[in-house]
Design a protein around this ligand. Structure first.
Ligand SMILES: O=P(O)(O)OC[C@H]1O[C@H](OP(=O)(O)OP(=O)(O)O)[C@H](O)[C@@H]1O
Ligand SMILES: Nc1ncnc2[nH]cnc12
Length: 259
């Protein structure tokens, strides 16, 4: 059941269910070629994450296109638009993301997507851009990584007619799980997926808000591939290129809106 509050003359709807709602006009598909990708994540590069993160504040407007998906565009090119200008939706998304220095610790430029969620136009544009790319790709699974992949994944899944599969931090899922450990800047972490959530032969998109070192996405890919799912592509709103997460993904295509 939904509850509506009045705060400073604004209607605020508190959604109590776990379902995210989305309705949008899904404009022109980018008409990209169907991908055919080998997979396997590579080992973590030796780049110092903290050093690279210090330099990650100067973002550029761009969408990184996988050459596999669209051979006429190399990676790190701005998306094509009918009038040849940089997509104004990406400009708005970029400026809606807040960058907080020294969070959660000194030297880190934290990319805060909560401000993007406060701008319904920019938030909808974000979802639309992903939906335009994936709606005709025969994807049956959108896998989102806890926590911020849970914000962007469900509306994309609903719009393209796929199921949403949460990849959770350890000991959160109640059923039988399979787990994958991955390396962090210091130490390790783990993500888990319910056994039976996906079936062998399904085609999946992995979604998260951000790729830094790529460890999280690699773990998500491994979980899905261990049970015979084909990971068609990974998608993030933000890439921190200095951390070379893209390299760690190996041949697995990665699509990002802001870098
Ligand atoms: O590419 P990587 O180096 O793996 O880092 C990227 C991950 O880091 C952040 O999540 P975080 O682990 O901070 O968890 P949270 O979303 O629960 O805060 C981000 O949302 C990605 O999931
Ligand atoms: N700089 C950063 N901002 C937000 N989330 C992150 N996850 C890893 N690095 C991050």
């Amino acid at each position: 059941m939904d509850h509506t509050l009045k705060i400073f003359n604004s209607d605020v709807v508190i959604v109590k269910s776990h379902t995210f709602l989305y309705s949008g006009n899904f404009v022109n598909s980018l008409k990209l070629l169907a991908p055919s990708f080998p997979s396997t994540c590579t080992k973590k590069p030796s780049t110092s994450a903290s050093t690279a993160r210090r330099g990650s504040g100067g973002r550029h407007l761009q969408a990184s296109y996988s050459a596999d998906l669209n051979p006429s565009y190399s990676s790190n090119m701005a998306p094509p638009t009918s009038d040849g200008l940089i997509d104004s939706r990406i400009a708005r998304i970029t400026s809606a993301i807040r960058v907080i220095p020294d969070f959660p610790k000194p030297g880190i430029l934290f990319q805060d997507i909560t401000t993007l969620l406060l701008d319904p136009v920019a938030f909808k544009d974000t979802i639309d851009l992903f939906v335009e790319r994936y709606k005709d790709k025969d994807i049956s699974v959108v896998a989102g990584v806890e926590a911020r992949g849970f914000i962007f994944g469900p509306p994309i899944a609903l719009a393209i007619g796929a199921k949403f599969v949460p990849m959770r931090k350890p000991n959160k899922l109640p059923g039988a799980v399979i787990s994958e450990e991955y390396s962090l800047e210091y130490g390790t972490d783990k993500i888990e997926m319910h056994v039976g959530a996906v079936q062998e032969g399904e085609r999946a998109l992995v979604i998260d808000d951000l790729i830094a070192t790529g460890g999280t996405l690699c773990a998500a890919i491994s979980l899905l591939e261990r049970v015979g799912v084909k990971v068609v592509e990974c998608a993030c709103v933000i890439e921190l290129p200095e951390l070379k997460g893209r390299e760690r993904l190996g041949d697995k295509p990665l699509y990002v809106l802001v870098s």
